[in-house]
Write a protein that binds this ligand. Structure first.
Ligand code: KIV
Length: 283
């Protein structure tokens, strides 16, 4: 393709075309069995998806956290199925190896197993997701079973569940003290219902390690210590695109905010000084 006709960005199509072995649910189970940690990051667009996939991240979560990390909302509550599906499609089109997890947003599955199944079908058909994630423990067992029986792998999410922020009284560690038993019961219930994996958010490390040891399905932790079978972070937190106060469980691996800020300022200065575009950028 000539320089003149190259489209803006060539994205996923530019990456290598060598055949790759897609991550499947049984690979995750095998990783747990051999003690190999599972990696998951959120992704909401083609370039982050392709980059994280190239890095060898096993699972890409198109989280409802897009609500407060992409769409500018304060919480994950307002995002809709119609808003999340195009993001899911962008990620699933761009990932060659990683398993893509579509996150069912608040209100799209809690009403009944049928509602949950039909929403999950949209994520698989329209979004190209390979599985879905939903929040809740024992009370969500019928929804998990309905999806699993209908051929949709479900990742459960227990502990602190952001969609229930108001019911839980804010961002608080779950499963401390005597509530540890309830967390264990939720973990057992979602496994029994047919979930292939379970996210545990903001759970004491010893409780999460106990759950991980007891379950045969993989556990993915976020703020749940090092005894989980895998870890997940929201990428804007992990790579420093978001600024401000971070949760204790976030480790920052890059400072993208500074990189972008410096780049934007340099561009602004060049345009103001008429040093961009130079002759080599002009026809
Ligand atoms: O939506 C999301 O990003 C999540 C992670 C915090 C696990 O659910």
């Amino acid at each position: 393709m000539s320089e003149e006709t190259a489209p803006y960005g060539s994205g996923a199509a530019a990456a290598s075309s060598a055949p790759v072995r897609k991550v499947r649910t049984h690979h995750l189970r095998e990783m747990k069995e051999r003690g190999e940690p599972i990696t998951m990051l959120t992704a909401y667009d083609m370039y982050t998806a392709a980059t994280f996939d190239e890095a060898g991240i096993d699972l890409l979560l198109v989280g409802d956290s897009a609500s407060n990390n992409v769409l500018g909302n304060e919480t994950s509550l307002p995002i809709t199925v119609d808003e999340l599906i195009p993001l899911t499609r962008a990620v699933s089109r761009s990932a060659k190896r990683a398993m893509v997890v579509g996150d069912l947003p608040f209100g799209s599955y809690q009403a009944s197993p049928e509602q949950g199944y039909l929403t999950a079908v949209r994520f698989m058909k329209e979004g190209g997701a390979h599985c879905v994630k939903l929040e809740g423990g024992a009370e969500m067992a019928p929804v998990i079973t309905k999806c699993a029986q209908g051929g949709i792998p479900v990742m459960a999410h227990i502990g602190f569940t952001p969609q229930s922020e108001h019911a839980l009284g804010g961002y608080r560690v779950q499963g401390r003290g005597e509530t540890a038993e309830r967390l264990l019961a939720d973990a057992r219930a979602v496994q029994e219902a047919g979930a292939f994996a379970v996210v545990m958010e903001m759970v004491p490390a010893d409780v999460a390690a106990q759950v991980s040891a007891e379950l045969h399905i993989p556990t993915i932790g976020i703020g749940a210590g090092n005894g989980c079978d895998g870890q997940v972070l929201v990428w804007q937190d992990a790579f420093g695109l978001r600024t401000g106060k971070m949760a204790r469980f976030v480790k920052q691996y890059a400072d993208l905010h500074s990189v972008l800020l410096e780049g934007a300022k340099a561009y602004k200065d060049d345009v103001k000084a008429r040093t961009f575009p130079a002759d080599e950028h002009s026809f």
